[in-house]
Design a protein around this ligand. Structure first.
Ligand SMILES: [Zn+2]
Length: 413
């Protein structure tokens, strides 16, 4: 990167951060009145809680002895901003109660040291702002030599388990490791790292993976990225545009953000415990909803609390369910193909706002739909392939310019 651009980007980052911090400074309407009183500055008594193993936002809020309905609604709204499947034990939730200690007035969620999610409670809704501390983004090449297993080699190089899994998944579609991998095989990973206070944060964005060995031959994977950075299609593909997995079903939406998981939860409608029989995905009103696999439509009508609902029976015997739709574009009895639009996201039936409820039925019972192995695209389509080729060229150019940053054998942390 040239220095002029670098300095400009740094300046923009500083401006943005200053602006963000300034918007969080408490504005105290009483500051004039209180000017002469020493120590009048209110100290906000934030209560800090840590998400326990197996815990959730509402299991933390439940401790505060507030009306269950209030907690149910806040927990549900929280999911509009934070994908609940990314919440980990050890994440921090700070809670600020109102003066009478009867209600929650503010929440702050710290998921990683660089990101603070601020929530101000206003009635049944949350006003959200993200405070992001500056991180240094750095792309670089990591090279290694296989010893015993690729897993063990990557871990010994300090690659986080999640990144390791991404690399492994990609290559496993290309190489029969058990049969063909040998000690001394070589690999390269080109990834973007986020560095904060001198440390690399977990979650590298992997742009390129190359593996070569005497018996495996040479294999390359490149990252493909849609314009939408949360697109389910984004990920590693081989040169022919084939994804790491071809056995999965599709996603019901073009981008995925889980508001509410399967299983026991506080019902946001009644504020009592109930079993949530599917997964709720955030999506705006009118977003197209796709059939996740081929099948035949067994329900396509308004159905009580589900609102406008579509059910599709698949050859595997499983049935998928899509509820609260604004509109339905298939008929009962019709055959549908994977990826076909079956309706639009809405908020019909018992729903607190636009979202897709996605359910999975086996026999007569609902099972956890996240057990399905979903894949964004088994193979990129023609238009995506043109863009993929362009992105490959760009990555290759970057890698050849980035040669001076090669880290061999291990990663400095
Ligand atoms: Zn639901």
């Amino acid at each position: 990167m040239n220095w002029g651009k670098h300095i400009l980007l740094t300046l923009i980052a500083i401006l943005l951060i200053t602006f963000t911090i300034a918007s969080f400074m408490p504005s105290n309407p009483n500051s004039y009145k209180d000017k002469d009183i020493p120590n009048a500055k209110p100290v906000e008594p934030w209560i800090t809680e840590t998400i326990p193993s197996g815990g959730s936002i509402f299991s933390v809020l439940e401790k505060f002895n507030l009306p269950l309905k209030e907690i149910a609604i806040l927990s549900f709204r929280f999911g509009d901003y934070i994908d609940v499947t990314t919440i980990q034990p050890g994440d921090t939730l700070k809670v600020l109660l109102d003066e009478g200690k009867q209600h929650i007035s503010k929440l702050m969620f710290v998921q990683e040291p660089t990101k603070r999610h601020h929530f101000v409670v206003q009635g049944d809704s949350l006003v959200y702002t993200l405070e992001a501390l500056p991180v240094i983004l750095q792309k670089r090449m990591i090279e290694g030599v296989m010893q015993n297993t690729l897993d063990a080699t990557l871990l010994s190089m300090g690659i986080s388990p999640r990144d390791k899994q991404n690399i492994n998944n990609g290559l496993e579609g290309e190489i029969n490791f058990q049969r063909d991998a040998r000690n001394g095989d070589r690999f390269q990973v080109y990834a973007e790292e986020r560095i904060f206070e001198g440390k690399t944060l977990p979650g590298r964005k992997i742009y390129y993976v190359q593996y070569s060995g005497e018996r495996t031959g040479s294999h390359e994977l490149f990252r493909y990225e849609d314009k939408d950075e949360t697109s389910v299609v984004n990920g590693l593909y081989n040169l022919q545009g084939k994804s790491r997995s071809s056995a999965g079903v599709g996603f019901p939406l073009g981008s995925i953000h889980v508001v509410s998981k399967f299983g026991k939860r506080l019902d946001p409608f009644f504020g009592r415990w109930a079993n949530h029989q599917g997964v709720d995905y955030r999506a705006s009103y009118g977003t197209p909803v796709y059939a996740v696999a081929n099948g035949s439509v067994t329900a396509a009508a308004y159905s009580g609390g589900w609102g406008n609902q579509v059910q599709i029976k698949h050859p595997s015997g499983l049935t998928t369910q899509y509820a609260h739709l604004a509109s339905i574009s298939v008929r009962k009895g019709q055959s549908v193909k994977k990826g076909q639009v079956i309706g639009r996201v809405g908020s019909t039936g018992r729903s607190t706002g636009a979202h897709l409820h996605f359910g999975l039925i086996q026999g007569k019972s609902f099972i956890n739909p996240t057990n399905l192995k979903m894949v964004g695209a088994e193979k990129l389509n023609d238009a995506q392939m043109i863009e993929f080729k362009r992105q490959q060229e760009q990555i290759r150019r970057e890698m050849s310019q980035n040669n001076n940053q090669v880290a061999v054998g291990n990663i400095r942390r």
